[in-house]
Design a binder for this molecule. Sequence first.
Ligand code: GAP
Length: 513
Amino acid sequence: MTQDELFKNLIAHTKEYGFIFPSSEIYDGLSAVYDYGQMGSELKNNIKKYWWEAMVRLHENIVGIDSAIFMHPKIWEASGHVGAFNDPLIDNKDSKKRYRADVLLEDYIAKLEEKIEKEVEKGRRKFGESFDEEQFRATNPNVQRNLAKLNSVKEKMVAALKSNDFTALRQLILDCDIVCPVSGTKNWTEIRQFNLMFSTQLGNTSDETGIIYLRPETAQGIFVNFLNVQKTGRMKLPFGIAQIGKAFRNEIVARQFIFRMREFEQMEMQFFVKPGTELEWFAKWKQIRLEWHKALGMGDEKYRYHDHDKLAHYANAATDIEFDFPFGFKELEGIHSRTNFDLGRHQEFSGKKLQYFDPELNESYVPYVIETSIGLDRTVLAVLSGAYKEEQLENGESRVVLKFHPALAPVKVAVLPLIKKDGLPELAQKVMDNLKYDFNCQYDEKDSIGKRYRRQDAIGTPLCVTVDHQSLEDNAVTLRDRDTMQQERVSIDALPEIVDKKVNIKYLLKKLS
Ligand code: GAP
């Protein structure tokens, strides 16, 4: 099965089992907006908890806040979002479809990469055991031609974007013979800048003065509260402020399911440090954040750093943690050394001092900031795609199973009476009552036990407890493990401890050094 097919199956599965629904579906949906269902919300809450506790509970010098989505419009001028939070857009005059110019070129580059990989695959098949990939890549004329083309397009694109030269960017699209996927023509408009912020009107004002924005990132709510938190929390540098919340961007290219949405959630942390120490902290946070991802056990090879060559003018280091999604390695989290840019700009625009008095140096200064910024929805997608498995079983049957880390699983235990009579439901209910205050449990008595196991596999429940006739006599139940499908007999009294060891988030947190 191709990665594309697997991804389609995953999307269908998340809908069928109550994880993710298209927003406003009965009205044919709203593009790039999604709703989380009963399973998706639990999964999302567990991811939030893992992030929040890893940040706020495990670091004595990090505290969490919850700032408002609406903020003073000047904040977005100070942050640079009004002036520069833009995408270069181009329209096709025949189809009337709008595209991001850089994405059209990136897709073109991806096609060249695909061609190269296909050529290498052909070579591998042709030469068999004696195939020398390195030599093949260095000498095959088709590979070399496509590589040269790819590098040249990439170089020209980066240069045009860097200098905001949209004439050159448009010319590159024409030179590459890029056509609109809908109309198939090259009838392109000029390229224009398009601001990604959504705006709305505040209260009873109807003119321009009432315009406010839906925040495009949560970070600014942290910056403008820097002094409030520092003073009321008596925080000493270095310290961090964490926040989880909604952000909104009017994305033009909205695709790949919940990867790029117009309404999404971010988990951001700003770590305030003494100027001059920021690169040391940047290196530390790079490592801490990667460790957080890897502890989920989806495979270390699924992650890689992508250090930025082209830095924003206010950053002095930046990296992405990329995840191997079904559509390739893409950004999951950004880690940026943002210097004193944001606090400095808010100081300038608000006219209020945003400085820290350093008792050791006996002087005040604007701290530097390391930011870690991760998309919650993208993490949901990473966790779902890492967990989704279509398995062929030894008995010839197949199953779809979500092999989540147990601490993230929406339902921790399913309690299943073997049949619906003979006092088994009553005992199962007692088992359930004993567990439900500590763990999210699901009771299910419909259909055969096999079908019920499959349903639990499909939502990723780590443990199933089956109550049978023997349970009435020996006060024991059958415990089935989702991943190994092994079953063992355990005492009902021992269940809370066994389940706790398997699913309690504290064991996941303890893996982080
Ligand atoms: N404060 C820094 C900031 O917002 P960003 O790289 O634009 O940086 C950070 O966003 C993270 O937010 C990304 O790594 C990604 O996980 C998530 N994100 C950004 N735009 C998104 C979108 N349209 N849909 C879903 N997640 C998004």
